[in-house]
Design a protein around this ligand. Structure first.
Ligand code: LR7
Ligand code: MN
Length: 600
């Protein structure tokens, strides 16, 4: 071999060898229970992450606090945002595949990205009727093969300054992949968009669709709740089906939703929400073994099912299952029931909070919120918002959330306001009398009932459990979950010991249940290995709550020690370093105080 050639072959063998080293254990890991390693799809928070299908944790980006008016970004002019640049190529994005933009267009592509905060050039190259894979499980196809007498639905799509291609691809996917006899009509609600092509050109285009379609227009920016109310008031279908303005429905998506609602009109049913990538527009199937809930800040979260529910779901993976909360954008609901139950809180502004409000209301007032695993719809997830929030993102979102808390959460509203200064500041500005009257009229149950019965594995404080700080007696430091930027918790990592803050902060707060589970926000639990033969003092972790024995602890008031039940070891910290478990000694290093913090 000549010399350069030999060098290359050595390099190549090293690469191959490393590849085998890394790929081999990786491949094997897929077969293990994945719930140990991640918390959830994390959405609508400062950090918006998700786990891809191979279990890789992908940090997607930032969300709240990041809304950008495209006209205030470099190189974007009014002319540019008003131009419809839809330019489809027949096979681009076919079967849900990624779009490949040639390198020569990269500059333009990045420029156009600002307009909608997704890759507009990529979207505009995909035909309106692109194909998507059938992502259903086999059982689903037979389960929904012979249906009769399903009700018709009105499809309601609200939008503010949406792109032509994403908006119409939503509609084409509905028309192409729904049985025609189940579609009553499609109703667009234009929430005061200012882009030219969303006016006459849209009115013209929809005349040719195979399903009766109309556009309602609001003369003011009214926000998504009031836009949806406009649509719902006009709708004639027995069922209302709401979709965001940038979705793509897959084959068989509608039948499971309508069948569930037809069987019982108090069911409110969402599809599994798959991921349309904001950069390549590729379609990725999401998990079915998740349900929707929320964190201490009342931000929506996907959580992995655990314990009883995981088994239940694994045994029956086709029937709709109950979820504490819905994501908000995609669901079907009986129209009369929607209005009987108080439709939406029309004092909610622009964006945010209405999904929890509806979820609490449905559950507490006698209905159910469910996910139909056989129904898959893709949603374009963005890292930031491409439109203005008049008055400010915080003012709007926390005002809406304050309303949710005040109306539905009883004493847990106090918990929310205690630790959320921004929402607390806005609470007195919220007139909620009419919504409280509605709650009374409908004789709705308490929030405690909701927590106990609908989400028994919740991590909120309650009178039957400890809530507060775990303080190391000798160093007087607090156990804390790993954080980034001071406040936002990471999905998992090693527990740390830090100076206790003067004003109690949530990342130093834990809940300990009667069962000995020590958990905190985001459904993460104090966790230590059952039998770690390599380390004498294995580090204590903060991991997704799994119900496993290795997450069970016992506190002894007398000796002030924490026993890690399954290993028989004790919680310890030497010189104020990160907590570990070690053979029990009753030494000062193993003494801890439980400092209760009042929460209501
Ligand atoms: O002022 C506005 N007027 C509008 O008409 C602001 C928004 N909108 C429209 C907008 O064009 C879009 O069609 O409202 C819809 C939702 O806004 P997005 O797509 O910018 O936000 P999002 O996808 O992050 O919104 C999620 O959270 C919202 C909270 O209010 C709503 O519940 C959305 O419906 C919800 N989207 C989903 O649930 C899709 C799956 C996401 C997940 C998980
Ligand atoms: Mn959306």
């Amino acid at each position: 071999l000549r010399k350069p050639c030999r060098t290359w072959s050595i390099v190549l063998s090293i690469v191959l060898f490393m590849g085998i080293l890394f790929v081999w254990p990786w491949k094997r890991r897929e077969a293990e229970d994945p719930r140990d390693d991640y918390v959830s799809l994390r959405l609508l928070d400062n950090q918006r992450d998700y786990i891809d299908r191979k279990g890789v944790h992908v940090v997607v980006g930032h969300y709240i606090g990041d809304s950008v008016d495209p006209l205030k970004t470099p190189n974007i002019t009014k002319d540019l945002i008003n131009k419809n640049m839809f330019d489809p190529r027949p096979f681009e994005g076919k079967n849900g595949g990624p779009v490949l933009v040639p390198a020569k267009d990269f500059y333009k592509m990045q420029q156009l990205f600002q307009i909608n905060r997704f890759n507009l050039m990529a979207s505009d190259r995909i035909p309106l009727n692109r194909s998507l894979p059938d992502v259903r499980r086999k059982g689903c196809i037979t389960r929904y093969a012979n249906l009769s007498n399903l009700p018709k639905t009105s499809i309601i799509i609200v939008f503010h300054n949406e792109a032509w291609s994403t908006l119409l691809r939503t509609v084409y996917s509905v028309i192409d992949r729904s049985p025609r006899n189940l579609l009553e009509e499609i109703i667009f609600v234009d929430d005061n968009s200012d882009r030219d092509f969303l006016k006459d050109a849209l009115d013209e285009h929809i005349k040719n669709l195979k399903v009766p379609t109309k556009v309602l227009r609001s003369r003011n920016r009214i926000g998504l709740v009031n836009a949806r109310l406009l649509g719902a008031n006009e709708a004639k279908g027995e069922v209302l089906t709401f979709l965001d303005a940038h979705c793509e429905c897959t084959v068989g998506w509608l039948e499971p939703l309508l069948e569930a609602v037809a069987k019982n009109r108090t069911r409110v049913v969402s599809p599994v929400i798959d991921i349309i990538n904001d950069d390549t527009f590729s379609y990725t199937r999401s998990f079915e073994l998740h349900w929707g809930a929320f964190n201490w800040d009342l931000h929506f979260r996907w959580l992995a099912l655990n314990g009883r529910l995981f088994k239940e779901r694994r045994d029956n993976i086709v029937e709709p299952f109950k979820t504490p909360a819905m994501a908000g954008g995609l669901f079907s609901m009986n129209r009369d029931y929607f209005f009987e139950l108080g439709s939406y809180d029309d004092q909610m502004k622009i964006w945010g909070g209405e999904n929890l409000e509806l979820s609490f209301r449905v559950w507490q007032c006698g209905g159910s919120v469910e996910i139909a695993p056989c129904s898959h719809v893709g949603h374009l997830f963005r890292k930031s918002s491409p439109y203005t929030f008049p008055g400010g993102v915080g003012e709007i979102l926390y005002g809406n959330l304050a309303r949710v808390a005040l109306v539905w959460m009883d004493e847990w509203a106090e918990f929310y306001f205690k630790f959320n200064a921004e929402a607390a500041r806005l609470r007195d500005k919220q007139p909620v009398r009419s919504r409280l009257a509605l709650r009374k009229k409908l004789q709705c149950k308490s929030f405690e009932w909701y927590l106990d019965n609908i989400w028994p594995e919740h991590f909120f404080p309650k009178d039957d459990r400890f809530f507060g700080r775990i303080v190391h007696d000798s160093s007087k430091k607090c156990i804390m979950r790993p954080t980034t930027k001071g406040t936002y918790s990471q999905p998992s990592g090693y527990a740390v010991l830090e100076t206790c803050m003067l004003r109690p902060i949530l990342s130093q707060m834990f809940v300990m249940t009667k069962d000995g589970v020590i958990m905190t926000d985001e459904s993460v639990c104090l966790d230590a290995p059952e039998n770690d033969t390599q380390h004498k003092t294995p580090k204590v972790k903060i991991m997704a709550c799994s119900g496993h024995n290795k997450q069970k602890w016992q506190y002894d008031e007398q000796t002030k020690t924490f026993l890690h039940v399954s290993s028989g070891m004790c919680l310890q910290s030497k010189n104020g370093e990160g907590p570990v478990i070690a053979a029990c000694t009753r030494n000062v290093d193993q003494k801890w105080l439980l400092e209760s913090i009042p929460w209501k």
